[in-house]
Design a protein. Structure first.
Length: 503
């Protein structure tokens, strides 16, 4: 059922047209209005011959790595050549292209981390000279990058064994000299997935279990945990690691474990193997709650995944101190997936669905697993108003009395969910509903100086610290530096003087 699954597919073809930044493609354009002095905001625009697909801005070096491609259309027969795109390294300060390169996206890509530009061809990674676009040096052959520090200038990557899946070594390389800072023996038969920084020096990696790696010297610890199943292709079955200032928790396909920050195992509890899928963890008082989603990542090729139904949706609670299973709750009807789950204080909320388009929002008491409230959405309602996709987070705002207010703060005892046509807000009993259409919503982009930026109906609204709107820009997203504001639209890059917006 397409509403509930992400079907991973490349866009059908890319144009191999060469991008140009000739003077006739450069001019000024009105891109918004300053509401304080009622003046137009003008941007310097540089246009290309084909649309901008994406752009990575680096506000330290005032550069952008821009990828250009043209969709050949659904009716066209797509060939390998249609995946060829043009990558432009653009000088934002002088509004000109430093260099341009073509690459076929079926073979490789260019990407940027901070001031560093990389070229990936197959599994070979090279560092690219920013000024010329030429290869400085090859970082590694058949490698998988895991962690970076662009200020200190290093990359940690795993080396892949030839002919067989898995890794056998980790290396940290100095991106300025290409010298290896350290090597660490690291044998894994499974894909590696890096998730979080445990602290300033240690990162957590999933693969054959849970690894903690000190990025400074390559030391660390490992807890064995089954994280993949499947005979013909691997299926990832685990939770994201959950941790606090003292302990780390993680569920695999067979067990859930608790360890301290030094890798010492505190307890280990068995899980229902045939029901396990991708899961999430959360803590409330003395309860560790696991929500099993009934969906898993399938990996037909290393580091390439898609989602599919797997296992069964359920939730269960464990004693935080000894790992004893306290209860398990599983729905038997109209429940194939848990689309999303959150907890507010002592309550667990879940969005549950099946493959026949039944949906429900359910509220449970965490301490006992008791069902407190339930709101059903039958298929007819789902088809007419659009299905629920998940819970609303703190980045979504609405205007109330000329102020920006988080939707979730409108009723702190209730819950808010996304649907295909807007947001539904329900009270604590999941009964009274208030509806917000998408044209009422403001998505918080971030804060720059004392100003806040919100996306709204394809534009960016700028507000001061008091919530007063001071400017509107005709872009859904912008990027700020100390003196300029940047954005992209269609075939153009726009550079706006910050002083014209934030007066």
């Amino acid at each position: 059922m397409k509403r509930f699954f992400v079907l991973m597919a490349l866009m059908a073809g890319f144009s191999c047209l060469q991008a140009q930044t000739n003077p006739e493609f450069m001019n000024y354009e009105t891109v918004g209005r300053n509401l304080l002095n009622n003046t137009e905001i003008v941007a310097f625009k540089t246009s290309f011959e084909i649309p901008i697909h994406s752009a990575s801005f680096d506000t330290v070096t005032n550069t952008a790595l821009v990828t250009l491609w043209k969709d050949p259309g659904e009716s066209q027969i797509v060939t390998h050549g249609d995946y060829t795109c043009t990558v432009v390294y653009f000088d934002l300060e002088n509004n000109k292209s430093k260099w341009q390169r073509q690459i076929n996206l079926q073979d490789g890509k260019y990407w940027k981390k901070g001031p560093f530009v990389f070229r990936e061809f197959g599994k070979d990674i090279s560092l690219i000279d920013e000024e010329t676009g030429k290869e400085k040096f090859k970082i590694g052959v058949s490698v998988h990058p895991l962690a970076y520090d662009t200020e200190e200038g290093w990359m940690i990557y795993a080396t892949e064994r030839s002919l067989t899946r898995g890794t056998d070594l980790l290396k940290r390389v100095d991106l300025k000299t290409n010298k290896v800072d350290w090597k660490s023996k690291f044998v894994s038969e499974q894909d590696l997935d890096i998730r979080w920084n445990l602290n300033d020096s240690v990162v957590l990696i999933v693969g054959d279990g849970l690894h903690a790696l000190n990025v400074n010297d390559g030391t660390g610890w490992f807890v064995k945990l089954a994280t993949e199943v499947g005979a013909y292709y691997p299926v990832k079955i685990y939770s994201q690691p959950f941790f606090d200032s003292t302990f780390v928790y993680m569920a695999g396909s067979k067990e859930i474990v608790k360890v301290d920050h030094f890798g010492k195992e505190i307890w280990r509890t068995e899980l229902p193997v045939k029901k396990m899928s991708y899961s999430s963890l959360g803590v409330y008082k003395d309860n560790l709650v696991l929500v099993n989603q009934g969906i898993a990542q399938v990996c037909p090729y290393p580091y390439e995944t898609f989602l599919m139904p797997w296992g069964r949706p359920f939730f269960t609670a464990f004693d935080l101190h000894n790992g004893a299973m306290l209860y398990t709750h599983e729905r038997s009807k109209n429940a194939d997936f848990v689309l999303d789950a959150i907890h507010y204080e002592d309550s667990l909320y879940m969005v549950i669905a099946d493959q026949e388009d039944h949906q429900s929002i359910e509220k449970y008491l965490i301490s006992t697993g008791e069902l407190l409230e339930k709101k059903d959405f039958p298929p007819l309602t789902v088809h007419s108003s659009g299905g629920i996709t998940g819970f609303v987070g703190p980045q979504i705002y609405v205007k109330a009395d000329s102020s920006f207010v988080k939707v979730i703060d409108k009723d702190t005892l209730g819950v808010c969910v996304f649907c295909e046509k807007g947001i539904i807000q329900l009270d604590s009993k999941l009964r009274n509903m208030e509806y917000y259409s998408y044209d009422e919503l403001y998505v918080y982009q971030g804060k720059y100086d004392d100003y806040r930026f919100y996306s709204h109906e394809g534009k960016t609204v700028v507000a001061d610290a008091d919530g007063k709107e001071v400017a509107i820009l005709n872009f859904p997203k912008v990027y700020c530096t100390a003196s300029e504001i940047y954005s992209i639209k269609d075939k153009s890059i726009y550079v706006i003087k910050k002083e014209s917006v934030l007066k």
